[in-house]
Design a protein around this ligand. Sequence first.
Ligand SMILES: [Zn+2]
Length: 302
Amino acid sequence: MMASYKVDCRSNCKGNHDGQKDSFSCHQPVIVKSRPRKRYYVRYAIVPFEEDFTHEFKGHRNLCREDVPQRCYNPETGRSTRAPVSRALCAFLNTGKGGTVYLGITDDGSVKGIRLTLYQKDHVVLGLEDAFSRFNPPVPKHMWHLEFVPVVREGSPDLLKECSDDISAHSLNEPRRLKEHVFRTYEYCWCDKDALAQFNLGVLVSDYVIEITVHTFDSGDPRNGQMTKADLKLSPVYENEEGKAYFRRQASLFTHTVQEIVELTRQQVREHYQPIVDKLRTELYELRQGEDTQDGGVSAAT
Ligand SMILES: [Zn+2]
C-alpha cells in the first residue's frame, strides 16, 4: 500500500525553529562537533560514540518495512539484510529512555552522509510522520525530533556555503514543496527522480546525517497523560508498522511476545506499588507499636 501526503502539515509544526530551517522541534540533540551557529559532521570521520542502549547507526533511510528494497530480502530465509529504521525507534520508545538513530553513519561509526535535496528532506520528515502514525498507539509529535546535520569534507567546512539548498525553494509555498510525496514503497518518489536529474546536471547537493531522536518518556508531562497505562504513569508499549513491539538490550533489538509484555507490565506494577506497600507496612507497624505501648501503660496503671 502506498500513501501520499502534502508538505503543508509542516506549517503546523510547533517546534522552536529558532531560525534554523532544518530543525523540527525545540529538542537539543547530542552535539558531535559544533561551530558557533551550526553543527556538522566530517565525512569519513569516526564519531566519538558507539552503538549502545541509546545510539543506533544506519547507512540508509528506509523508514518503514515497505521502504526496504526487494533485493534486500532473501527468499530462502524470508529475512532481510536491512532493517527498517522504525524498529530502532520502536525500541527507543519501549525502553522509555529514548535514544537517537543516526542515518548516514555506518555500523563502524564512520560518517558517510546521505545526499538530500530540499525536497527529499521534506520527504524524510513527512515519511517519518507517516511511519509514526502507523505505530500502535500512534507516536505524538512531542515525543520525537528530527534534525539534518550537514556533512563536510575534512578541512573545508566552508563547503556548507557551497552546498546550501536553493534559497529560492525555501518558501513553503514554493510549488514543488506542495507536491505530494509517495511513501510506503521502495520505488523512487518524484523528489528522488528530481535529485537524480539535478545530479546529472552537475548541481551540487549537500550530504547530511539525519538524526532522529525519541525523547525519554516523561510521566509528568500532561501531554503523556492519556498514553500511560492506567494511573500508574508507566511508559506505553508501542508496536511499529509491522505489528511488533521491539525492545532494546545494549545495542541489539529483540521482540517480546504478548505474554512477556504482560509479565513485564506486572513487574512494572510491582515496582510501582512495592515502595507504597512497604511504607504502609512501616506505618502500620509503628501504629501497632504505639498501641501496644499504650495498652502496656494502662495495664501497669490498673
Ligand atoms: Zn518524495
